[in-house]
Design a protein around this ligand. Structure first.
Ligand code: G1P
Length: 272
């Protein structure tokens, strides 16, 4: 069973400035709900019982968002507003499930995952990048059922325009079926020439706890960061089973201003 999810939240969000100069990107509302709550709802529905938030001292407002009981209790006492009571209940539900770890120096996703090592109890865990929203279908749920079937690690993937491969982690594969394939190789942000395919990694991973020792062996990669992609590549080369899950939902990129605006519009339209 996959019960724990790591969510790296220490990034600076510079692609979303000026919106992120005082507000973490993960709390920016998308059609009336913070980005991060879409991710939590997806995980909760997929059976996740514990979230490990990797934050930094610059992102303490994320902690405050989920642990602001005194404020809520005061308002509820004064107003007894049904809507606020329901929202508070939801926040309390998540509050019980969240642990925090700190990554004060943003050194990449690999480093963020490594910081959670002592909290991971099972052989596999889920990791989600909150810039990537997937709507209409529950991607984490799909991945967990593929994991049950294959007993391997899983990465969510979708086909992208060949011209854009250098923006993504790109997968090389074999044994392709309708909705999944066996991953043979992975390259972080390759040139068009280097790219083994045009199937890109989207920010959802089911990873083995073996990955922690693999991360400790890594040197810093592109952009002076420790990339989870490099640890995954080394595990694959050593025979670890990884599968690409070609997910069925709709992908929304909330990490750039244009993507953020488009995501709000698409979620709004989908709800009409
Ligand atoms: C990260 C990953 C990349 C993946 C992408 C999906 O890149 O490193 O492999 O394809 O997320 O959004 P970033 O968006 O942090 O540059």
């Amino acid at each position: 069973m996959i019960k724990q999810a790591i969510i790296p939240l220490a990034g600076l969000g510079t692609r979303l400035l000026p919106l992120t100069s005082v507000m973490p990107k993960e709390l920016l509302p998308i059609n009336g709900k913070p980005n991060l709550e879409y991710i939590l709802d997806e995980c909760f529905e997929a059976g996740i019982k514990e979230f490990i938030f990797v934050i930094s001292k610059n992102k303490l407002s994320i902690k405050k968002y989920f642990f602001n009981d005194v404020f809520y209790k005061k308002i509820i006492k004064k107003k007894n507003d049904k809507r606020i009571i329901e929202e508070f209940k939801k926040i309390k539900k998540y509050q019980k499930m969240i642990k925090f770890v700190y990554q004060n120096n943003p050194k990449g996703t690999g480093d963020a995952v490594l910081k959670c090592r002592k909290y991971i109890k099972d052989k596999f865990f889920l990791m989600l990048l909150p810039d990537d929203l997937i709507i209409n279908k529950n991607c984490s749920k799909e991945m967990i059922s593929l994991h049950k079937k294959t007993k391997g690690s899983i990465i969510a993937t979708k086909r992208v325009d060949k011209k854009t491969v250098s923006r993504w982690g790109i997968l090389g594969f074999s044994e392709k079926r309708k909705n999944f394939f066996r991953i043979k190789n992975v390259i972080e942000k390759p040139s068009i020439k280097q790219a083994p395919s045009n199937y890109a990694i989207i920010g959802r991973y089911i990873l083995p706890s073996k990955i922690f020792s693999e991360i400790t062996k890594l040197k810093t990669g592109q952009g002076e960061e420790i990339h989870i992609t490099d640890a995954i590549k080394n595990l694959i080369y050593r025979g670890e089973k990884f599968f690409g899950n070609i997910f069925m939902g709709k992908y929304l990129d909330c990490g750039t201003i244009n993507g953020y605006i488009q995501s709000s519009i698409k979620i709004f339209k989908g709800k009409k």
